[in-house]
Design a protein around this ligand. Structure first.
Ligand code: FES
Length: 155
């Protein structure tokens, strides 16, 4: 939380506006690959909202990216269910070694970005990871390796 702000300042209270904001942010991210400050300001102007409201929403949801990323953004869940399933750490260690990058980093060829996130809303099917818009659940390391191979073979 930024210093000097109360938690209530972060909520977009109008449900219609909140829904439009999420859609607008999603579309901007699809168009530009991530939500740059300029993209968030454009969304704020279009919806007559403050840039701070837009920024706070964009940084709250793990599906939004505010930094440039690779073509495939891999998000590994480190939430409680995935942790208890015993998969999150193994999965992340495997991906770091397999891709040669750490948390928040992108491979040199710009193909993969690796992130740790808190809960992908698939707690009943953990461990889970998401790659761009695709959710993968009940994962084993062998399945992750196969998924990566398929993505690496794409032109
Ligand atoms: S804790 Fe991993 S999906 Fe919810």
């Amino acid at each position: 939380m930024e210093p000097g702000l109360e938690p209530g300042h972060y909520a977009v209270t109008d449900p219609a506006k909140r829904s439009m904001l999420l859609t607008a942010l999603y579309m901007a991210q699809e168009q530009y690959g991530y939500l740059s400050p300029e993209a968030m300001e454009r969304v704020a102007r279009r919806l007559s909202m403050s840039p701070r409201e837009v920024y706070n929403t964009a940084t709250f949801y793990s599906m939004f990216r505010t930094e440039p990323v690779g073509r495939h953004v891999i998000q590994v869940c480190e939430g409680l269910s995935c942790h208890l399933a015993g998969g999150a750490e193994d999965l992340f260690d495997f991906l770091m070694e397999r891709l040669g990058i750490g948390a928040g980093q992108t491979t040199g060829d710009g193909r993969f970005t690796l992130q740790m996130v808190q809960c992908l809303a698939a707690c009943g099917s953990s461990p889970a990871m998401r790659i761009n818009d695709t959710l993968y659940t009940n994962l084993t390391l062998g399945q992750v390796d196969t998924i990566l191979q398929e993505l690496e073979e794409r032109p």
